[in-house]
Design a protein around this ligand. Structure first.
Ligand SMILES: [Zn+2]
Length: 134
């Protein structure tokens, strides 16, 4: 009995039995003439530019797989940092709004009050989207 491999065969792009798609980087079987993923032709090209293209797609494909695996591992963490970023942005915008608002009262400036309202609205909206999203 063979031990089960840690990674599915698709993730193992170093395996030379695969023919990488030059369009999307999908590792296809050597016998395939068209990519299983994007249907583009897998006819071999030689030269520097195709080699460069292929290297680029291999790297991009690996990077995408890595991202996918990291998102699978902890999807909540990525969401947490995005939420935190939005929250800080909302608080900052509101703070700027309050700053302009106090200035507009002390200087009785209408334009400052207008800017303040805009900042407060935008800040409030940014924070609100955090709590309305699932
Ligand atoms: Zn493809």
């Amino acid at each position: 009995m063979d031990k089960p491999k840690k990674e599915p065969i698709l993730l193992n792009s170093q395996n030379q039995n695969h023919r990488l798609c030059l369009n999307c980087g999908f590792p296809n079987r050597q016998s395939d003439t068209h990519c299983l993923y994007c249907q583009s032709s897998l006819v071999e090209e030689t030269g520097f530019i195709p080699w460069l293209r292929q290297t680029y797609y291999i790297l991009r494909w690996r990077w995408q797989l890595k991202q996918k695996r990291e998102n699978l591992k902890n999807p909540s963490r990525a969401g947490f940092w995005r939420h935190l970023g939005f929250f800080i942005l909302g608080v900052l915008l509101s703070a700027v709004g309050i700053y302009f608002f106090t200035h507009s009262i002390t200087q009785s400036s209408f334009s400052n009050a207008l800017v303040a309202v805009l900042f407060l609205l935008y800040g409030g909206y940014t924070i609100k989207t955090l709590f309305t999203k699932k």
